[in-house]
Design a protein around this ligand. Structure first.
Ligand SMILES: Nc1ncnc2c1ncn2[C@@H]1O[C@H](COP(=O)(O)OP(=O)(O)O)[C@@H](O)[C@H]1O
Ligand SMILES: [Mg+2]
Length: 239
């Protein structure tokens, strides 16, 4: 007779999905939490000066607040992805979301002495999608770039062939050609403490928006690109 209470689903695929979910939460929340810590430390140091640098401390606290809100949003958004809920599709300005994601990473870039140059070319262009997920994808790419130990990082947004493209380029270690596709596999990492979830999550986010994630070698830099096709974009001023 069939049991009324089936045993919990412990097939390997299910365990993997749970393991990946746990790994991805750990991975995602690490970034905004690092921003909370760095900005809290900066704030204490600024207030300890004589006279205390109150305005800068206030600015650090503002970033800290944004970072803690982002941590909460990311847990919620990962949970929604795990439940396979449809991502929230609301139009938002791409460049604004990119700027905010970078703001959360700025203290960490500074701490590693990495020069950042930003070039924005999507003014007024909106993506119909999930803003939190896009920020999450970008923060992953920036974190990977930082971990490749570069001296400089270049962020560029542009329209290319009708698609909106966001590129993060670094002059760090580079991706060995032999690993070009493997790096996108869940749990694949070349780092001793890596979770290997960053790029898998980024690609998932890109695809959930009908977009793509890939990397290339450009003038000695390693560049990761997110691109979103025209039909997911929205330019209110032109419609
Ligand atoms: N900007 C980059 N430069 C060089 N290698 C990279 C870069 N981004 C990702 N990689 C490679 O891709 C692998 C997978 O990245 P990811 O999925 O984010 O996992 P993790 O960062 O935990 O290792 C990394 O371990 C690294 O080998
Ligand atoms: Mg990573």
């Amino acid at each position: 007779m069939a049991s009324m209470h089936p045993p919990p689903d412990l097939r390997p695929a299910r365990l993997n999905a749970l393991g990946e979910f746990a790994a991805s939460i750990a991975h995602e929340v690490k970034q905004p939490l690092a921003a909370v810590k760095l900005n809290a430390e900066a704030c204490l140091a600024l207030l300890a000066q004589d006279p205390p640098r109150v305005d800068e401390a206030r600015a650090a606290l503002r970033v800290l607040t944004e970072a803690s809100v982002a941590a909460g949003d990311m847990v919620r958004s990962l949970h929604a992805m795990a439940r396979r809920a449809e991502p929230e599709h609301t139009p938002f300005l791409i460049d604004d979301a990119v700027r905010e994601a970078l703001r959360l990473m700025r203290a960490e870039l500074r701490r590693h002495d990495i020069a950042l140059s930003e070039h924005y070319g999507l003014e007024g262009i909106q993506l119909c999608g999930d803003r939190v997920q896009l920020m999450q994808a970008l923060m992953n790419l920036v974190r990977n770039a930082i971990e490749a130990r570069p001296r400089r990082l270049t962020l560029r947004t542009a329209l290319a062939g009708g698609a909106a493209r966001i590129s993060v380029a670094d002059d760090g270690a580079g991706v060995p050609a032999a690993l070009a596709e493997r790096i996108y596999e869940p749990l694949f990492s070349t780092k001793p403490d890596g979770t290997g979830m960053g790029l898998a999550i980024c690609r998932g986010i890109a695809e959930a928006h009908g977009g793509r994630l890939w990397h290339s070698r450009e003038a000695g830099d390693t560049a990761f690109h997110l691109s979103f096709k025209e039909h997911t974009l929205w330019t209110p001023s032109r419609s």
